[in-house]
Ligand binder design. Structure first.
Ligand code: NCD
Length: 335
């Protein structure tokens, strides 16, 4: 286990966005996650790092992967976990989001993992917790179309692990071509990935219908390239292809003519694969719509798809995040 006996900077009090992450922050996450991946390969997959701490999963929006991944990560660190789902909570009796968070604070919560369909809710909860003077750390588990930091970090860990499984490093992504395809407009995963991939100096390309790729992203990230066709120019020599789901729950209007046409124009299939690097790997944050953003046979090909690895790595990465925020990097060893 790396020596983490350093006090982490203020920005590590909460994890709300990757916008202010630097290369050293990413490297710290990768190293810490690699240590926890080793823990998860042991017979006893549990360490006492967060014993006595309380992790509350406040998911105001549906989730399978992210919620269970954070829950298991917290349990593997020996924390006690509280889970919240809006349908079965007092929210349905008119309680506000901030009052819900304050209730969990009063129960002694140390770390709050927050997902909400509205951008900015995790930040608002973090501000409120700071105002109350507690030492609570808030982790953004996806807020509207804004950001999904832990997903981008597990994507980064999974990509970098391709080059060195034991000691993944951010430097391995320099000049690698990463093509992100699909509904960029509504994707918090894409936004967080844009921060991480550009900081790690990957060559980033965005592809999708003009209605779903906002051109203003090129102003925020001048180094990226935008394509409105999934052709050989967009895919030439791609090292990683990241597929995104059409986020129909966030669409207020019809952005594409039909799912069939979308698959024809922007679906990843065996024909298009030929333009990529021979070592290309496919990623998808899930949930996947088989036959829409990716054809079924590619998704199930273990030589191509990293989708299951993303889910598995998600636990180690979230252990790293809970550990770093829960201990401020003060703990020296995991055990
Ligand atoms: C993503 C999300 O919720 O933003 N999924 C996830 O967290 N694994 C992407 C999506 O919903 O399509």
């Amino acid at each position: 286990m790396a020596n983490l006996a350093v006090k982490l900077p203020q920005k590590w009090q909460h994890l709300l966005s990757l916008a202010d992450f630097c290369l050293a922050d990413y490297e710290l996450v990768l190293q810490t996650a690699a240590s926890f991946r080793e823990v998860l390969s042991r017979r006893t997959k549990k360490v006492p790092s967060l014993q006595g701490k309380v992790v509350a999963n406040l998911f105001f929006e549906p989730s399978t992967r992210t919620r269970n991944s954070f829950d298991l990560a917290a349990k593997r660190l020996s924390a006690d976990t509280l889970n919240f789902a809006p349908g079965t909570s007092s929210l349905s009796k008119g309680e506000t989001i901030l009052d819900t968070a304050r209730t969990f604070l009063a129960m002694g919560t140390d770390l709050m993992v927050v997902r909400h369909s509205m951008a900015g809710v995790p930040q608002a909860i973090a501000n409120d917790m700071d105002k109350l003077g507690g030492q609570v750390a808030v982790l953004n588990a996806g807020d509207g179309k804004h950001e999904h930091p832990s997903q981008a970090l597990l994507d980064l860990f999974t990509m970098c692990s391709q080059f060195s499984a034991e000691t993944p490093s951010v430097h391995s992504l320099k000049d690698r071509k990463v093509v992100i395809i699909g509904d960029i407009l509504h994707s918090r995963v894409a936004r967080s990935n844009l921060w991480s991939l550009t900081t790690c100096l990957a060559e980033v390309h965005l592809v999708g219908p003009a209605t779903l790729v906002p051109p203003e992203l090129a102003q925020i990230f001048p180094q990226i390239q935008i394509h409105y066709a999934l052709d050989k120019y967009a895919l030439a020599g791609a090292d990683f292809v990241m597929l995104l789901r059409l986020q129909s729950e966030r669409m207020e209007q019809a952005f594409i003519p039909s799912l069939r046409e979308y698959h024809q124009l922007f679906g990843m299939n065996s024909d298009r694969l030929k333009w990529c690097s021979p070592q290309v790997k496919l990623l998808h944050p899930g949930p996947v719509n088989r036959g829409v953003e990716i054809s079924s046979n590619l998704m199930d090909d273990p030589n191509l798809s990293l989708i299951d690895q993303q889910v598995t790595n998600g636990i180690a990465v979230r252990m790293a995040l809970l550990f770093l925020l829960g201990t401020g990097g003060r703990e020296k060893a995991i055990v």
